[in-house]
Design a protein around this ligand. Structure first.
Ligand SMILES: [Zn+2]
Length: 184
């Protein structure tokens, strides 16, 4: 049984390559990337991997963009996650009223990241505590997380911030931001 939290933590996708589409030409609509939303749901990746298209996603009760109750299945999008050699199929839904496409993503992972949120946080914490990266992940990737976190701090926190990197990480999380996002 799948427990879906129904978190409507929907975000605009800032030009993510595998879900973005060419802008519409027919005026009157926002650029199409603004119609793409993510809904984070509590799911177990192994179950998605094992069951593929048969996995029981919970259909959004309404469109997160316009509130319409008509939300239809709209195929799948492949996504890679650590621990799986093949891509996993993430379910998409579409609202026929406003055209919004909703991609279901695991709440355990930030959008566009293959490592889980907890893996990223613990890797950074390990680096700060011990001055080196944990041995089980590629250090290049982890260095990117740290570089991005520092960029986020520089861009969004006051110069007087003295609470440290992990407090900043948690602060960004509480604001609904991705602390290790490359985009500012
Ligand atoms: Zn809609």
């Amino acid at each position: 049984m799948v427990h879906c939290l129904g978190l409507f933590l929907c975000k605009k996708l800032g030009g993510e390559s595998h879900t973005s589409h060419p802008p519409e030409k027919n005026g009157g609509y926002l650029p199409s990337q603004h119609k793409n939303m993510i809904q984070f749901v509590a799911v177990i990746l192994k179950e998605i991997f094992d069951q593929g298209r048969e996995f029981c996603w919970k259909r959004p009760s309404k469109c997160p963009r316009c509130g319409s109750f008509k939300v239809w299945g709209h195929g799948f999008v492949p996504a890679f996650f650590d621990g799986f050699n093949e891509s996993l199929l993430l379910k998409r839904y579409r609202c026929p009223d406003c055209g919004c496409v909703i991609t279901m993503r695991p709440a355990s992972h930030f959008s566009r990241f293959q490592a889980s949120r907890s893996t990223i946080r613990s890797a950074l914490q390990h680096r700060i505590n011990y001055g080196k990266w944990p041995p089980d992940l590629t250090s290049a990737r982890m260095r990117h997380w740290l570089t991005n976190l520092k960029r986020q701090i520089k861009a969004h926190l006051p110069q007087s911030w003295r609470s440290g990197l992990m407090a900043a990480y948690d602060h960004f999380m509480s604001m609904g931001k991705v602390p290790v996002s490359r985009s500012i």
